[in-house]
Design a protein around this ligand. Structure first.
Ligand SMILES: *Cc1c(COP(=O)(O)O)cnc(C)c1O
Length: 427
């Protein structure tokens, strides 16, 4: 099949209706599927035949949307999960057992950090966190004999660090393990991590992919490039799975081994599938993703430049600003734009930031990002409100930090609202 461009894939990949079939992806809201004989169904359970039997393991609507995202990322297979948290959890659990170890960047989403540092440690999986700009000796020293993966975020939420994918992929591959990256913020529209050497990509589809704040979801995509048989680190993929009729995933499924194992073991045992209705909503978002990302980035670039020029703003962080420390890496990995998310400080600290938030008329105060509506969050007065200014600095959140997720409204209306709120905050 022709390798179409990204916009074509975002509209058409994953579902091709036949003669007389619906043009829109149907929602197959059915838990189960009917068969004419026990033998026919038995072949499905043995993974010997393709087909659906129970939606926890596979559903046609979910599969179509996963296939679309896999095509957009340039991967070979994908699976949807019920949240971004579940996607990152499953990506790790598909490779690691108790006693194993992962090297992770410190510049990752807070929910992922907690999952790794608290919950997965409790399950016996160990993590070494390295800053994304650590020196080579520190990065090399982070690996142990038990290391099974390296993990980072292509554009980190909320610190907006651009991950040096090539550097971390090279380190992972020197140690015979894959690089997993969470590509939520740039989406495949702005960054294709596989082309820089990443092996597995995850997303919270709750963010830009959905874009309308209607569903919580996640996805895991495999590039198909990592050779699981190069060493004996991944027996789960290279030796028979006694819990699944002795299947050896790499032998039976080739490049689809990682995703098949993820479904056959983790979905079977842990669940975390999305509702087909949510997959349908996600698909509507995907159809316009390239258009929306372009507009988010155009608006955010103009807003970042406006904030940088304002005497009421003490600092601005946006990788698209030429003076930004992440600018050079952003030009390399995301030359068409990063995302619509900016962070900045209002002059006057925590009190002025609170006043700014309360004065906004158009922009919404929410914990969400990556929505079509412009949204703001002031961590010091909400998610981190119990902390003192000193404690905030310690966890890398400045008291005046405002996370601004620039939406798709007219630029003038966004700028007007920010201007009047900045005036009110610093009056
Ligand atoms: C939001 C987010 C997650 C978690 O996703 P949910 O869909 O909320 O579970 C993971 N990674 C990143 C980068 C995120 O922004």
């Amino acid at each position: 099949m022709k390798d179409y461009g990204l916009a074509t894939k975002s509209v058409r990949a994953g579902y091709t209706p036949k003669n007389g079939e619906p043009i829109a992806l149907p929602i197959i809201q059915s838990t189960t599927y009917k068969y004419e004989s026990s033998d026919a169904m038995g072949a499905l359970f043995d993974l010997a035949a393709d087909g659906y039997f129970y939606t926890r393991l596979a559903n046609p609507t979910n599969d179509a949307v996963a296939a679309k995202i896999a095509a957009m990322e340039g991967g070979v297979a994908g699976v949807l999960t019920s949240s971004g948290q579940a996607a990152n959890l499953f990506a790790i659990l598909n490779l690691c057992s108790a006693g194993d170890h992962v090297v992770a960047s410190t510049a990752i989403y807070g929910g992922t950090f907690n999952l790794f540092n608290v919950t997965l440690r409790r399950f016996g999986i160990d993590f070494t966190f390295v800053t994304p700009d650590c020196d080579d000796a520190t990065l090399e020293g982070a690996f142990t004999e038990k290391t099974k993966a390296v993990f980072g975020e292509t554009l980190s939420n909320p610190s907006l660090n651009v991950f040096d994918i090539e550097r971390f992929a090279a380190a992972a591959h020197r140690h015979g393990v894959p690089l997993i990256v969470d590509n939520t913020f740039p989406t495949p529209v702005n960054c294709r991590p596989f082309s820089f050497g990443a092996d597995i990509v995850t997303h919270s589809t709750t963010k830009y992919m959905d874009g309308h704040a209607t569903q919580v979801g996640g996805v895991i995509v495999d590039s198909g490039n990592f050779d699981w048989t190069q060493n004996d680190k991944f027996p789960g993929l290279t030796t028979p799975d006694e819990s699944y009729h002795g299947v050896t995933y790499v032998e039976q499924f080739g490049k689809a081994a990682f995703i098949t194992k993820c479904v056959a073991q983790l979905m079977r045992d842990l669940g975390s599938i999305p509702s087909p209705h949510n997959a349908f909503l996600l698909n509507l978002g995907l159809e316009t993703l390239p258009l929306r990302m372009k507009k988010h980035c155009e608006n955010a670039q103009a807003v970042a430049e406006y904030l940088q020029g304002s005497d009421k703003v003490s600092w601005v962080s946006y990788p698209g600003l030429p003076g930004d420390p992440e600018y050079a890496k952003a030009q390399k990995y995301m030359p068409n734009g990063t995302s619509g998310v900016i962070s900045f400080g209002v002059r006057g600290g925590r009190a002025a930031a609170t006043k700014f938030m309360d004065a906004l008329r158009l922009c919404n105060i929410v914990t969400h990002v990556a929505d079509c509506r412009t949204c703001v969050l002031h961590p010091a007065s909400t998610t981190h409100r119990q902390l003192t200014d000193e404690q905030l600095e310690e966890c890398g959140v400045k008291p005046d930090l405002i996370r601004l997720s620039v939406g798709l409204e007219d630029l003038e209306d966004i700028l007007d609202d920010l201007a009047q709120a900045l005036t009110a905050a610093t009056a």
